[in-house]
Design a protein around this ligand. Structure first.
Ligand SMILES: *[C@@H]1O[C@H](CO)[C@@H](O)[C@H](O)[C@H]1NC(C)=O
Ligand SMILES: *[C@@H]1O[C@H](CO)[C@@H](O)[C@H](O)[C@H]1NC(C)=O
Ligand SMILES: *[C@@H]1O[C@H](CO)[C@@H](O)[C@H](O)[C@H]1NC(C)=O
Ligand SMILES: *[C@@H]1O[C@H](CO)[C@@H](O)[C@H](O)[C@H]1NC(C)=O
Ligand SMILES: *[C@@H]1O[C@H](CO)[C@@H](O)[C@H](O)[C@H]1NC(C)=O
Ligand SMILES: *[C@@H]1O[C@H](CO)[C@@H](O)[C@H](O)[C@H]1NC(C)=O
Ligand SMILES: *[C@@H]1O[C@H](CO)[C@@H](O)[C@H](O)[C@H]1NC(C)=O
Ligand SMILES: *[C@@H]1O[C@H](CO)[C@@H](O)[C@H](O)[C@H]1NC(C)=O
Ligand SMILES: *[C@@H]1O[C@H](CO)[C@@H](O)[C@H](O)[C@H]1NC(C)=O
Length: 498
C-alpha cells in the first residue's frame, strides 16, 4: 500500500511536468432547440466564454464552417441512424469522412469522431456492427492521411457497467464482452480513448439516498463519512471520480490498459418536474463549477492519478424539443440570447493545469479547537503523516499552537495522499492555500525550498503520537441496485487511543 502511494507520488510529479497541455472542459452543443441561434452567434457565445472544446451530436456543415479558424477543437458525431450503413459499407465510411471531416480540416480543428451515441444500450441491434463502423471510419481517415490528428471512438453509457460501486469490482455487463473487447482492441491499436457518459445526477437519483447529495456535487464530506473503496482503500472524494474509476476498472477486468477515458457527457439539470427536486439551479451551478475545478486540477481518478479527465459538459443550450421528463429539457448553461442561466466560468479550462504549483493544506483559521485536535491526532496516527518535525525541539514545534501543529500534519498527509484520493478536509477544519506556510527552518512538505526539492519520501509509520483520541467512521460503498441497496458501515467505532 505505501509503495503504491509512493509510486503515485512520483508519477504525479512526472504528470505535472509532462502534461503541459492540462486537462480541458469542453461543452456539448445539442440542437433540439426551438430558437437555436445561428452558427455565427453560437460561435460568438463560445468565444466570449473562451470555450476551447466542443462536441456536436452530428456534423452540421453550417456549424463546422462557423467553427473554422477559431482554434476551437471539435468532436463531430456519426448519428445512430448512420452507424449501420457505415459498418456495412466501407465506401459509406469513406464518403462520410470526405464530406464531414476532410472537407473542413485543417481550418476547422476536428480532432475526434464519436461513432453513435450509447449504441450498445440505445440501439442494441446495431452493436455487433459498431466495431466495423469504427474500423471503416479509421481506414477512411488513413486513406486521407488524417488518422494522426482525428481519433475515432464511441460514447458509452454507465449502464453497460453492471455495478459501478465499489469501483474496484466494477465490470462490464458480460453480455457485452465480445463487442467491448473488439472496441477496446480498436482503441488500443489506434491510440484512441474510451468515451464515457457519466452522470452523477442519475446515479444519485437512482441510489435513493444511499449517497449524500454532497458526494454527487463534489462537496466535501465530513471526516466521519469519507467514502472508501474497501478493496483498494482509495478515498473517493466525488461520485464523478468513482464513476470514472468504475470504467477504468471494467476495462482492466478485460485485461486492457493504457486506454485513457474522456468523459464525453456529464452535467446537471437546473430545472425539473415536481418529482425531480434535485434538478435545481443551485445544484447545477454547484456541480458544474466544482466539475470544472476538479478537472482543471489535472489529476486523474484514484486508480489512474496521472491521467487527466478531459470532460464535456452537457450542454450549451436547453434542448426544449426533447421528449421525456421536464429535467430532460433543462440541462443548458446559456440561454439562446447568450446570457448565463447561472454563473459558470469555463475560461480557466485548459490552462490552469499547465501552471499548477504546489497547493498546501493547512488548518483553517478559527477552526474549533477540539475538532482540530481530533484532526491532528488522526493525521499523525491512522493518517500516517510524518509528524516528527512538530515534536518538541524539532524545527516546526514553534509556534507551539494547535493551529500550527495541525497545519503541519494536515499538509504532510495531504501532500502524500491527495494523489491517491486523500482530501484536505479533516472534518471541515482544513483549507487549501497556495501560500507556502514554511517559516524559518521549518519547511512544510512539498515546499520548493524544502531540502527534498519538492519530492516526497515514502511516508514512514506514525511517529510519537500526540495525546488525545480520535474517531473515524468510514462509510463503504454500498452496492447500488434498485432493490437490494445496502450500505456497509465499517468500523463503526474505529477508535484510536493514541
Ligand atoms: C488542433 O488541435 C490540436 C490538439 O490540441 C492542436 O495540436 C493543433 O495545433 C490544432 N490545430 C489547429 C489548426 O489549430
Ligand atoms: C446485462 O445486459 C443484459 C442484456 O442487455 C440485461 O438483460 C441484463 O439485465 C444486464 N445485467 C445487469 C446486471 O445489468
Ligand atoms: C466477461 O468478462 C468478465 C471480466 O470483465 C468475466 O469475468 C466474464 O466471465 C466474461 N463473461 C463472458 C460471458 O465471457
Ligand atoms: C485476464 O488475465 C488473467 C491473467 O492472465 C486471466 O486469468 C483472465 O482470464 C483474463 N481475463 C479475461 C477477461 O480475459
Ligand atoms: C435572455 O433570455 C432569458 C430566458 O429567456 C431571459 O430571462 C433574459 O431576460 C434574456 N436576457 C436578455 C438580456 O434579453
Ligand atoms: C474565470 O477563471 C479564470 C481562471 O481561474 C480567472 O482568471 C477569471 O477571472 C475567471 N473569470 C470570471 C468571470 O470569473
Ligand atoms: C505560470 O508560471 C510561470 C513560471 O513559474 C509564472 O511566471 C507565471 O506567472 C505563471 N502564470 C500564472 C497564470 O500563474
Ligand atoms: C485534485 O482533485 C482530486 C480529486 O478531487 C483531489 O483529491 C486533489 O486533492 C485535487 N488536487 C488539488 C491540488 O487540489
Ligand atoms: C524560498 O527561496 C527563495 C529563494 O531562495 C526565497 O526568495 C523565498 O522567500 C523562499 N520561500 C520561503 C517560503 O521560504
Amino acid at each position: 500500500m505505501m509503495l503504491k502511494i509512493w509510486l503515485h507520488a512520483i508519477l504525479l510529479f512526472y504528470g505535472l511536468f509532462f502534461n503541459a497541455d492540462g486537462a480541458f472542459v469542453g461543452i456539448i452543443i445539442g440542437t433540439d432547440v426551438s430558437n437555436l441561434p445561428s452558427p455565427t452567434d453560437i460561435v460568438a457565445i463560445l468565444r466570449a466564454r473562451q470555450i476551447t472544446h466542443v462536441r456536436l451530436f452530428d456534423a452540421d456543415p453550417h456549424m463546422l464552417n462557423a467553427l473554422s479558424n477559431t482554434g476551437i477543437e471539435v468532436m463531430v458525431s456519426v448519428t445512430n441512424e448512420e452507424v449501420l450503413g457505415i459498418g456495412e459499407l466501407p465506401s459509406r465510411a469513406a464518403a462520410w469522412i470526405n464530406k464531414n471531416v476532410a472537407a473542413y480540416v485543417p481550418s476547422t480543428n476536428i480532432t475526434a469522431i464519436a461513432v453513435g451515441s450509447e449504441v450498445l444500450t440505445s440501439i442494441p441491434h446495431a452493436a455487433p456492427i459498431l466495431p466495423s463502423a469504427m474500423s471503416n471510419l479509421y481506414k477512411a481517415l488513413v486513406a486521407s492521411n488524417l488518422n494522426y490528428q482525428v481519433k475515432v471512438s464511441t460514447p458509452h453509457s454507465m449502464d453497460i457497467i453492471s455495478r459501478p460501486f465499489p469501483p474496484s469490482t466494477a465490470t462490464f455487463n458480460s453480455s457485452w464482452n465480445s463487442t467491448i473487447i473488439q472496441i477496446l482492441q480498436f482503441l488500443r491499436n489506434t491510440k484512441s480513448f474510451y468515451m464515457l457518459n457519466a452522470y452523477p445526477y442519475y446515479e444519485y437519483v437512482k441510489s435513493n439516498g444511499i449517497f449524500p447529495l454532497e458526494y454527487a456535487l463534489f462537496r466535501p464530506l465530513p471526516l466521519v463519512k469519507q467514502i472508501v473503496d474497501p478493496n483498494t482503500l482509495f478515498h473517493y472524494s466525488s461520485m464523478f471520480d468513482a464513476l470514472v474509476d468504475a470504467a477504468y476498472n471494467s476495462i482492466s477486468a478485460l485485461n486492457f490498459s493504457g486506454i485513457p477515458i474522456v468523459v464525453t457527457e456529464t452535467g446537471w439539470p437546473w430545472f425539473g418536474g415536481a418529482n425531480e427536486p434535485d434538478a435545481a439551479v443551485e445544484n447545477a451551478e454547484t456541480y458544474n463549477n466544482n466539475l470544472i475545478r476538479r478537472v482543471s486540477n489535472d489529476s486523474g481518478p484514484p486508480s489512474q492519478p496521472t491521467i487527466p479527465i478531459n470532460t464535456y459538459i452537457y450542454e450549451l443550450f436547453n434542448e426544449d424539443k426533447r421528449p421525456g421528463p421536464v429535467s430532460e429539457r433543462n440541462w443548458g448553461v446559456v440561454f439562446p440570447n447568450g446570457t448565463s442561466v447561472y454563473d459558470l466560468n469555463l475560461s480557466n479550462s485548459g490552462s490552469l493545469g499547465a501552471n499548477s504549483s504546489t497547493v498546501f493544506c493547512i488548518a483553517r483559521p478559527g477552526a474549533d479547537e477540539s475538532s482540530l485536535r481530533d484532526g491532528l491526532n488522526w493525521a499523525c496516527g491512522p493518517g500516517q503523516a510524518n509528524c516528527a518535525a512538530i515534536q518538541q525541539g524539532q524545527p516546526c514545534y514553534n509556534p507551539n499552537t494547535l493551529q500550527n501543529h495541525a497545519s503541519y500534519a494536515y499538509n504532510d498527509y495531504y501532500q502524500r495522499m491527495h494523489n491517491s484520493g486523500g482530501t484536505c478536509d479533516f472534518g471541515g477544519t482544513a483549507t487549501l492555500t497556495s501560500d507556502d506556510p514554511s517559516h524559518g527552518s521549518c519547511r512544510f512538505t512539498g515546499s520548493s525550498n524544502s531540502s527534498r526539492g519538492g519530492q516526497l519520501p515514502p511516508a514512514p509509520g506514525p511517529v510519537a503520537p500526540l495525546s488525545g483520541s480520535s474517531r473515524n467512521v468510514v462509510f463503504h460503498f454500498g452496492t447500488v441496485v434498485a432493490v437490494t441497496a445496502t450500505l456497509f458501515l465499517l468500523d463503526m467505532n474505529f477508535r484510536f487511543s493514541l
